[in-house]
Write a protein that binds this ligand. Structure first.
Ligand code: ZN
Ligand code: ZN
Length: 500
């Protein structure tokens, strides 16, 4: 090895950069604050219109979703109308740990969110041991034999609380259970990471603490007094969400203590969390109005199934969820083939619109020479929507995907991408073209992602400073490559630290 220094990357998945800054400044995140003292750090630009599911693979590969092919965990199949599971293992570009492994570095890749599985590595990879939305069935390792040893050494991790709590309005006892469960998960993850750091031989380790993801989705209303559910629940002492941040800080301290003195450390926090006020089905409702069509059969069925799910005992839910997905998928596909444009599922804080295009979709209704006009009109009409009461615009960003992204998988992405603007509760929206559209229920999860990212780079013995003001998500992979001493990779981003 030419570069003797070990490199450690830690994802603080879905941690809010604002809450981290507050905790470090106020002294209740002491371990992160101490490391920040000795590090360069700053905000990092995310990718426009892209949710967490596409962002993480972009960070690992150094290229945007139009170049690596993964947009969401469920995406349109073969330019048709069906949405099918897009395996996170189907990312088509090499990840940074695969590049490091090929260059002879010994790697340990531990529980990263939305991480593609490597076929073979000079080292180990643990997938979905304790990540958000991980089902026990998705847990796997490289090499495969490691999966048999892990539970014996570190215990069986619990499934994330988000799985059972979908579509349920939170009640105080549930919040207490969620906090207990997340704290147990953080301790289990900490023990796992510390154990691997001690027992594996590694040059480059990438690891993640994922509990702030679940905490943000599930507990936001217990933290944010402006959220309508804040008053509905009896306030526990203190702020349960910040309690989880404190536990994460403690775990960070234990993990950092385990690293050899001269280890280069990169921490990436985000995409951030904030209140969730736009329901995922609102976009399709807007598009149906703009198309002048009636109620969607898929939507009616979807609502009925969610109601049934809420009323069902827990033991039924797993089976019901599989059935609902299958029925919903079939209805959605038949709905979509009869429409000029439809919404594509993505993360809650963003939206995607697909045009039913002749020559691309099997039953295309929009001629290719009408595509530009259709997109421009949709963008203008959606931009004119505003929230009844506050008068705020419903969108903070909306654009044609091909004006920003240009890779070979562009055709698999939605044609229009949207970032929602959600500073306050949305009960109705209106515009001249849609009329009034009511949103009767708040989204099922009180917290959702935003586009905020924060990065810290600690290089022992080197002066700390600010990161470049234009630092972006695609700069992380080149930064890690430079720190690992890899030959320059053909990537669009730039290392955030000087090559040495
Ligand atoms: Zn999420
Ligand atoms: Zn979760």
């Amino acid at each position: 090895m030419t570069n003797k220094r070990k490199v450690f990357f830690l994802a603080l998945e879905a941690a809010s950069p604002d809450l981290l800054a507050r905790g470090m400044n106020e002294g209740w995140l002491p371990n992160l604050a101490a490391l920040r003292e000795r590090s360069s750090h700053g905000a990092i630009r995310s990718l426009r219109g892209v949710g967490a599911n596409a962002l993480w693979p972009s960070i690992y590969t150094g290229v945007d979703p139009s170049r690596h092919g993964r947009f969401y965990h469920s995406q349109l199949q073969d330019n048709g109308y069906h949405t099918g599971d897009a395996s996170q293992f189907g990312v088509t570009r090499n990840t940074i740990w695969e590049e490091a492994s090929r260059a002879g570095r010994r790697v340990a890749v531990l529980d990263l969110p939305k991480a593609p599985a490597s076929v073979e590595l000079n080292g180990i990879q643990v997938l979905d041991w304790s990540t958000h939305y991980s089902y026990a069935a998705e847990f796997r390792t490289v090499p495969a034999a490691l999966a048999k040893q892990l539970p014996g050494t570190y215990g069986e991790p619990e499934e994330c609380p988000c799985l059972d709590r979908r579509y349920l309005t939170p009640a105080p006892p549930a919040a207490a259970e969620i906090i207990d469960q997340l704290e147990r998960t953080i301790i289990a993850t900490q023990n796992h990471l510390v154990g691997q750091l001690r027992t594996q031989s590694w040059d480059f380790c990438m690891a993640s603490l994922g509990a702030l993801h679940c905490a943000g989705h599930q507990l936001w209303h217990l933290h944010d007094p402006s959220h309508p559910w804040f008053r509905q629940v009896e306030q526990a002492q203190g702020d349960p969400l910040l309690q989880v941040y404190r536990t994460i800080d403690h775990a960070c301290g234990a993990i950092i203590d385990e690293l050899p003195e001269d280890t280069a450390v990169v921490i990436l926090a985000g995409p951030g969390m904030g209140p969730n006020y736009v329901r995922v089905d609102l976009l399709d409702e807007i598009l149906l109005r703009l198309e002048g069509g009636g109620a969607s059969a898929a939507k009616g069925m979807n609502r009925a199934l969610k109601r049934l799910w809420r009323l069902s005992p827990q033991s039924w839910r797993q089976r019901l969820s599989g059935l609902a997905h299958a029925m919903d998928g079939r209805l959605q596909a038949s709905d979509r083939s009869r429409r000029r444009f439809f919404s594509v599922q993505t993360n809650d804080n963003v939206g995607g619109i697909r045009i039913n295009l002749q020559g691309r979709e099997p039953d295309g209704l929009v001629a290719s020479d009408a595509l530009d006009e259709t997109c421009d009109e949709l963008i203008a009409r959606i931009r004119s929507l505003h929230v009844v009461g506050s008068g705020e615009s419903l969108v903070r960003d909306i654009f044609r995907t091909n004006t920003v992204y240009a890779g070979q998988y562009l055709a698999q992405l939605p044609d229009i991408l949207i970032e929602w603007n959600q500073p306050g509760v949305i009960t109705a929206i209106t515009s001249a073209h849609t009329g009034l559209i009511r949103q009767d229920r708040l989204p099922d999860l009180s917290g959702t992602h935003n586009d905020r990212l924060w990065c810290l780079i600690h290089l022992p013995g080197e002066q700390a400073g600010e990161l470049a003001a234009d630092a972006g998500a695609l700069d992380i992979a080149p930064t890690l490559a430079a720190l690992c001493g890899l030959d320059e990779l053909d990537l669009p981003g730039q290392p955030l630290v000087p090559l040495s």
